[in-house]
Design a protein around this ligand. Structure first.
Ligand code: ZN
Ligand code: ZN
Length: 342
């Protein structure tokens, strides 16, 4: 079977690997679709995501829909042929966070396709990945394989919204119209936000955000965003840039909330504590990955209550994974790019 293995920045190899047997409690999947995430792009281009640096060969990918190929011993309720979404958060299940329903904060959590630990946690961008059965969320046969690969970022967006609290009737601002920013726009709209404003440096992603539910799109390059200064109840930072962060702090109203979803490229950024946090009494929150939102994300899409199909702008066979990554890197024409079996 083919696997997309990153050796170092810009050194991606499609390798032939033997099929793995699923162990106890594990399941072997046939690849359906694997979405290329911003973290995969960072690993490919610069060999790191923040302080997680690629030091040994690592299979990329964590946004996957697959089809059960072979369940291992002791696996119940997953038969061959069943379509499943994978929650890439492999948690310990026993710590205080896992027991209190905040598995995304588990201290010994392993995340697929992540160089944060040594040895690295291998990803799922391969034809037959083996995953834990408990990470599988069954979905209906009708779930398209390209859209299905977007359930993971949708769960991230739902988690960010849950961190923000109730948005009913509120003005929401999102900086960064990448897949997660666009999906936050979609779920804020679904949850009754009065106005959803989203900004990005590029025009193309804003056109997708409009299709997904944004009411107002603004260029982050110009002065348009200044029109919302101090007027937004909830601001989501989903760009990972200092400019995006500053726009959120500027636009949040007194007493409002800022949720950080996008990892900042720099480990430390200047935060205008006096003017933006204390004087406005702003609540600043972090939002990390997702957990219980996976099943909800799958149900919202399956039931047709949320149409996220506009997110996928291209699909590529796994043998063309590098071309797929380069395409996904071009923000002037790509949103979510999905890799599929050959
Ligand atoms: Zn992702
Ligand atoms: Zn735990």
């Amino acid at each position: 079977m083919k696997a997309c293995v990153l050796y170092a920045a810009k050194d991606l190899r499609i390798e032939e690997r033997p099929l793995q047997e699923p162990g106890v409690g594990m399941v072997r999947l046939k690849m359906g679709g694997v979405g290329i995430c911003g973290s995969d792009l960072h690993y490919y281009h610069i060999g790191r995501v923040g302080n997680a640096i690629v030091k040994e060969p690592m299979v990329l990918g964590h946004e996957i829909i697959g089809i059960v190929d072979e369940p291992g011993e002791g696996v119940k309720g997953l038969e061959p042929g069943q379509k499943v979404i994978i929650n890439p958060t492999d948690e310990c299940g026993t710590c205080e966070y896992c027991k209190s329903g905040r598995q995304n904060l588990c201290r010994s959590l392993r995340y697929y396709g992540s160089a944060a630990r040594i040895p690295h946690v291998q990803g799922v961008m391969m034809e037959y990945p083996v995953v834990q059965a408990r990470q599988c969320v069954p979905v209906s046969d009708a779930m398209p394989l390209d859209t299905g690969a977007c359930i993971e970022p949708l769960a991230i967006a739902l988690h960010a919204l849950s961190r923000a609290g109730n948005v009913l009737g509120k003005t929401v601002f999102i900086s960064g119209a990448g897949p997660v920013g666009c999906l936050i726009a979609a779920v804020a709209h679904l949850n009754g936000a009065a106005k959803v404003i989203i900004s990005d440096l590029e025009r193309f992603p804003l056109t997708i955000a409009e299709k997904l539910g944004a009411d107002v799109t603004v260029s982050a390059a110009g002065s348009d965003a200044a029109a919302f200064s101090g007027l937004c109840d909830v601001c989501f930072e989903a760009s990972g840039s200092r400019g995006g962060m500053n726009a959120c702090l500027q636009n949040v109203c007194p007493g409002g909330t800022v949720v950080h979803v996008g990892f900042q490229l720099e480990e430390e950024v200047l935060y205008p504590v006096n003017t933006m946090v204390i004087r406005k009494e702003v609540t600043v929150k972090g939002s990390l990955r997702a957990y219980q939102e996976f099943a909800l994300a799958a149900r919202l899409v399956e039931s047709g209550r949320l149409d996220i199909s506009a997110l996928v702008t291209a699909t590529f066979p796994i043998s063309k994974a590098e071309e797929a990554i380069l395409t996904a890197s071009d923000k002037t024409r790509s949103m979510k790019v999905v890799i599929m079996a050959d």
